[in-house]
Design a binder for this molecule. Structure first.
Ligand SMILES: NC(=O)c1ccc[n+]([C@@H]2O[C@H](COP(=O)([O-])OP(=O)(O)OC[C@H]3O[C@@H](n4cnc5c(N)ncnc54)[C@H](O)[C@@H]3O)[C@@H](O)[C@H]2O)c1
Ligand SMILES: O=C(O)[C@H]1O[C@H](OP(=O)(O)OP(=O)(O)OC[C@H]2O[C@@H](n3ccc(=O)[nH]c3=O)[C@H](O)[C@@H]2O)[C@H](O)[C@@H](O)[C@@H]1O
Length: 388
């Protein structure tokens, strides 16, 4: 029985394309590859230095999509194959980056090189070869909210005009240069400006994505299990690690910063719409987040503790959280975004996308995955005698 042909948002049939996906072996890349293999006819050239998170899509040869995904182990800093792979593709998606805050102030050079310098050839090859580019930026380009500079008791702090982040009107407010936290946001902002200029001056077709805290299974690593023992991943993995080890969750500077979290599977739907609706997505910068899932980091810690107790069957600790200073946790030069609520007008208008999953539900499925994947491994690590 012939299946119904897939159509875009304007009712036109979708033609199979080849996508050069750089950074395909990471958290977002692995989910995007999964979606493209399971639900579309497109081919993916998956480029990364690692492939552990997409191994299940590459082997065995009998998988239904075998032949539609090819892994190329390469570092885009120095590999002459890059241009050829971009030329072979209809679309390039660039996800490659250093994107863990613990690196921004401690490895600022690597951070700036990774997020700006290393992305330059990708933009250049796309522009010179008339290839479409979807580039992953970040909500961190907004920096701090205007409201954060108002007096603490100002009524204006409650006015959305002072904190909701809009692609076409919000300013980008970073801290001083010695606050090296902003090395990442600043590098991302400059590459956004370069891509925008390639579009304006040379007609390059582009879409820029600004993710707002996408979270879910396979995000980062659990220190000492599938990543370095001293490594500091993003907050979901930090708190998961604490819960798995039955340690208190560490709240940086009291956990007062606010974030909106979106489920990776919802966010990937938005990326697929961008891939398959170029006429609606080209030339746009899109916020992709869930404005309904806002919490302080302290509330996130409390909710994760409750959810983990439910999915693991273990009781919570008597003291589930402890406070830690940002200097102690991240070192000199750390600073923070105070609040991040995405305005959804543009993505709604262009692609009709809306996030669906509540914070509780996304934490339930993610922590079920974390428990299933890591609980036994953690027990073994803890049981191992420490070498003296
Ligand atoms: N996860 C989020 O919520 C989020 C939020 C904002 C922005 N982003 C952006 O989205 C992109 C992907 O993020 P992620 O969460 O999947 O991160 P990730 O670290 O899991 O994935 C990045 C991947 O890029 C690869 N990579 C890095 N440098 C490379 C190089 N020189 N050559 C080849 N491969 C290289 C890494 O090996 C990794 O697999 C990044 O650009 C990040 O800045 C993500
Ligand atoms: O995900 C995003 O949208 C972007 O934001 C993240 O930045 P941030 O949200 O600050 O990073 P997290 O590590 O997820 O931290 C969130 C908050 O939790 C706090 N935190 C983190 C870890 C921890 O153990 N305890 C803790 O209180 C941090 O200080 C911060 O306030 C990263 O910069 C990028 O991956 C990305 O560009």
């Amino acid at each position: 029985m012939a299946s119904t042909p897939r159509v875009d948002l304007d009712g036109n049939p979708i033609k199979p394309i080849t996508i050069c996906m750089i950074g395909a072996g990471g958290f977002i890349g692995s989910h995007l590859c999964e979606k493209l293999m399971a639900e579309t006819p497109h081919t993916v050239l998956a480029l990364d230095v690692y492939n552990d998170k997409i191994k299940h899509l590459l082997e065995p040869d009998s998988l239904p999509w075998a032949g539609r995904i090819q892994f190329h182990r390469l570092n885009i800093k120095h590999d002459s194959r890059l241009e050829g792979l971009i030329k072979m593709s209809d679309l390039t998606i660039n996800l490659a980056a250093i994107c863990t805050p613990a690196d921004y102030n401690t490895r600022p050079l690597d951070t700036i090189y990774s997020n700006f310098i290393d992305a330059l050839p990708v933009v250049k090859y796309c522009s010179e070869n008339n290839k479409r580019l979807i580039h992953f930026s970040t909500c961190e380009v907004y920096g701090k909210t205007i409201g954060s500079f108002l007096p603490k008791d100002s009524a204006l702090r409650k006015d959305p005009a002072y904190y909701v982040l809009k692609e076409d009107t919000s300013p980008c407010i970073f801290g001083s240069i010695e606050k090296q936290r902003w090395s990442y946001a600043c590098a991302k902002q400059l590459i956004e400006r370069l891509i925008y200029a390639e579009g304006a001056e040379n007609g390059m077709e582009f879409t820029i994505v600004r993710p707002f805290n996408w979270i879910g299974p396979r995000m980062d690593f659990i220190p000492g299990v599938d990543g370095p023992s001293e490594g500091v991943p993003r907050v979901l993995a930090c708190f998961s690690n604490n819960l798995l080890r039955r340690e208190p969750l560490k709240l940086v500077d009291g956990g007062q910063s606010q974030r909106t979290f979106v489920y990776i599977k919802d966010a990937i739907e938005a990326v697929l719409l961008m891939i398959e609706n170029p006429a609606r997505a080209n030339g746009h910068i899109f916020n992709v987040g869930n404005p309904n899932n806002e919490v302080t980091v302290r509330q996130l810690a409390e909710m994760m503790t409750q959810v983990y107790s439910k999915v693991s069957g273990e009781s919570s600790l008597e003291t589930p959280t402890i406070d830690v200073s940002s200097k102690e946790f991240y070192g000199e030069g750390y600073d923070d975004s105070d609040k991040r609520i995405p305005d959804m007008t543009i993505i709604n208008k262009q692609l009709g996308w809306n996030p669906k999953t509540s914070l509780w539900d996304l934490l339930e499925s993610t922590l079920t995955y974390q428990h299933r994947t890591y609980a036994e491994a953690i027990k073994k690590v803890i049981a191992k005698p420490v070498a003296s």
